[in-house]
Design a protein around this ligand. Structure first.
Ligand code: JDK
Length: 254
């Protein structure tokens, strides 16, 4: 997959050299190209922003600079264009899966109060454009959002996860575990500072282990994210497990 990023802070993307994404790039699975937006600004100060029409606080990024940069980066091609903004479509695991199926993404993270809206009108008519939000909080710019999205997408690309266990098993993968949160996980030693690993996990009884894991996922989801549970997706065994959380004195079930 090719990913272009146009930003006034390309150095913000140094983490792309590390770990999973670094390895994906070394393997050629991920071809990330960073571009300094100011290279398309031709005045002596490399100005990319200006005051907002209508007044108000802050500055707005100039449309000509973004237009020239995007035109040069895309050439004759047509990547999917992704522009982070607090008012965008929520970025979810389903969106990450959509992006992972694309051959080419172009990210345009802004600063200040955002980009002159005519840029979105122009490229919304020429490319598939997504304005996306990574959550309901306000960042200082789009770069951190782009790092988050690239990491979520990169780990879905074939050959990126070292482990053969597929990413469709994830808590938020549509269809996987019907959107339950992941349960607790343990490794050796069997007792650490007096805390024991649940005995069922040491039993070797795969059926019981699978049932226990699902029960714990249900318990945790009811406690932390009850809105994720869809009544229609619960089996008789699930309902029985949920009823028993009450008997445990778990605050969850009420
Ligand atoms: C890209 C600049 C900072 C943008 C205006 C917004 C309501 C008006 C600061 N999920 C998420 N959160 N934040 C972003 C994001 C912020 C960005 C940019 C993405 C570019 N900023 C910014 C807009 C405002 N303000 C909240 C009142 C303030 C993405």
């Amino acid at each position: 997959m090719r990913i272009d990023v146009i930003s006034i802070f390309p150095e913000y993307f140094a983490p792309l050299d590390v770990s999973l994404m670094g390895k994906a790039r070394a393997k050629g699975i991920l071809d990330v190209r960073l571009h300094q937006l100011r290279e398309w600004a031709h005045d002596v100060h490399k100005t990319v922003d200006d005051t907002p029409y209508g007044g108000g606080p802050g500055m707005v990024m100039k449309p000509e600079i973004w237009g020239a940069a995007i035109d040069d980066v895309i050439g004759e091609g047509s990547p999917r264009l992704v522009v982070p903004t607090p008012s965008g479509r929520p970025f979810t695991q389903a969106v990450a899966l959509e992006y992972a199926a694309e051959p080419w993404l172009l990210f345009a993270p802004a600063r200040y109060e955002g980009i002159d809206s005519r840029v979105m009108i122009e490229y919304g008519s020429r490319l598939r454009l997504d304005e996306v939000s990574i959550g309901d909080y306000v960042l200082a710019g789009g770069e951190a959002a782009v790092l988050v999205m690239i990491e979520a997408v990169a780990r879905l690309l074939p050959g990126v996860l070292g482990n053969a266990v597929s990413a469709v098993d994830d808590s938020f993968a549509p269809g996987a575990m019907e959107n339950l949160l992941e349960g607790p996980v343990f490794t050796k030693p069997p007792v650490w500072r007096g805390h024991e690993v649940p005995e069922v996990l040491l039993s070797g009884h795969h059926g019981k282990i699978a049932r226990w894991r699902r029960d714990e996922a249900l318990r945790r989801t009811l406690l932390k994210r009850p809105e994720l549970i869809e009544r229609g997706e619960l089996s008789a065994a699930d309902l029985k497990a949920i009823a028993s959380f009450r008997a445990d004195g778990d605050p969850v079930a009420d």
